[in-house]
Design a protein around this ligand. Structure first.
Ligand code: GDP
Ligand code: MG
Length: 406
């Protein structure tokens, strides 16, 4: 049985080792991954983390812009760094709100539509439209020619825009008083009405997303999110997905896939720089890289004290209750060099003894030389950690959404 599981492990490793060889089609470099190649890879990974994403939220005063911004940032209206909301909010200056975890992602509140002196082209120059990747035009009521002329100007300037109809919870509540209320039918009616009135205001191809900022998981938010994903380029899509709040199982899965895609590159990087021997084991790998990325995974999934505390407040449950379902992965703050070393020695055991042996038999990996073991170990460690963290994040979400025990 022991040999059988070792065999399975070997097969698994072979699979994991083979995949990146296809991607990394550089001619073999003698004596390990050359410093220059490692530096290039590092730069690429870092720039991926730091891609700026600037989203403009525009609409009339009271449309729900600030509330929408807070919802996307995963913040409560009273949290630090949240946009001020309320009936009497009258700031007329564009204000940028950075994402609490990803400061390169910013949502910008662009007020001022609908004021008597509003002129779409002048307005866009004033707010420096070119700084934004796309625009979200929010309205809680009928769309008017203010919205559509603005959209036309945005389009002329080569940028994308999306219409959002906010506060649909209000409309549904009002309709609920009627006898033959039907939610799906009511939503469809609001959608059709928006499209009709956008057409009348001059919009040629209206697309509207209905939502409520207090219940992002409902209505058209998922559709909006998927539409944005499809229309962003690869790098922006990566940061966008990582920035979305963890409100559904589907979003967690997407984040996992996004993080998974870069494991091979991280593993490759671990071969080139700062390779450390792990005491008592016949393997080497870059512990700092593992610590850094494991922490990042936890934070992306909201498995850190700050996110959990915020979530607990939002769902009105004790934070300990949410933490109680986290079984495998520790919180971001608990991921240290020592933690990684413990996991390494636990998961390594006898199986890693065969690693060197396997690597001799993997064609095309000769150029990794001493880095081969590091590559396999890093990849294996990150993959299993990501799997576990994703599972824990799903459990936390389920717990958060569970009806409260009285
Ligand atoms: N029912 C409901 N009210 C909302 C929603 N979004 C915002 N509001 C309320 O509408 C008012 C104006 O919202 P705010 O976000 O400050 O609008 P802004 O002026 O466009 O930034 C506030 O009282 C919010 O609480 C929503 O999705 N549903
Ligand atoms: Mg506001």
């Amino acid at each position: 049985q022991h040999w059988f599981s070792t065999l399975l492990f070997m097969e698994d490793l072979r699979e994991r080792v083979r995949a990146p060889v296809k991607i990394f089609s550089r001619p073999p470099i003698k004596g390990g991954l050359a410093k220059q190649a490692a530096a290039e890879l590092q730069k690429k990974l870092e720039s991926l983390e730091n891609i700026p994403l600037d989203i403009a939220i525009t609409g009339e005063s009271g449309a729900g812009k600030s509330s929408f911004i807070n919802a996307i940032l995963g913040l409560h209206d009273d949290d630090e760094g949240a946009a001020k909301t309320g009936v009497a909010q009258t700031t007329m200056e564009p204000t940028a709100y950075p994402h609490p975890r990803l400061p390169n992602v910013k949502l910008c509140d662009l007020p001022g539509i609908g004021t008597p002196r509003f002129q779409a082209d002048k307005y866009l120059n004033q707010v420096k439209f070119n700084n934004y990747d796309f625009f979200i035009i929010v309205s809680a009521t009928r769309f008017t020619s203010h919205h559509t002329t603005l959209a036309r100007e945005i389009h002329k300037m080569g940028k994308r825009f999306y219409y959002v109809r906010s506060k649909v919870d209000n409309d549904l509540n009002a309709e609920k008083r009627k006898k033959n209320f039907n939610e799906v039918r009511t939503l469809q009616k609001i959608r059709e009405d928006c499209i009709k009135n956008l057409r009348e205001a001059g919009e040629a191809s209206p697309r509207v997303f209905l939502l409520c900022s207090w219940e992002l998981a409902n209505y058209d938010f998922q559709l909006l999110q998927e539409t944005l994903e499809n229309e962003l380029d690869d790098q922006k899509r990566h940061v966008f997905i990582l920035a979305i709040p963890n409100i559904s199982a589907k979003i967690l899965e997407k984040k996992k896939a996004e993080l998974q895609e870069h494991i091979w590159a991280v593993a490759l990087l671990s071969c080139g720089i700062g390779v450390l021997p792990v005491p008592g084991l016949s393997l080497v790998c870059d512990i700092a890289i593992l610590v850094f990325h494991m922490k990042r995974y936890c934070e992306a999934f909201g498995l850190d004290d700050e996110s959990l505390t915020r979530l607990a407040q939002q769902v009105d449950k004790p934070v300990a209750e949410l933490k109680s379902v986290i079984k495998k992965s520790p919180l971001a703050s608990e991921i240290t060099k020592d933690f990684v070393l413990t996991v390494l020695s636990r998961s390594a055991c006898g199986a890693l003894m065969v690693l060197e042996f396997i690597l001799n038999f993997v064609p095309g990996l000769g150029y990794l030389a001493g880095g081969g073991i590091s590559f396999v170990t890093t990849r294996y460690m990150l993959q299993s950690f990501l799997d576990e963290a994703a599972k824990d994040a799903q459990k936390v979400l389920t717990k958060a959404l569970e009806p409260r025990a009285e």
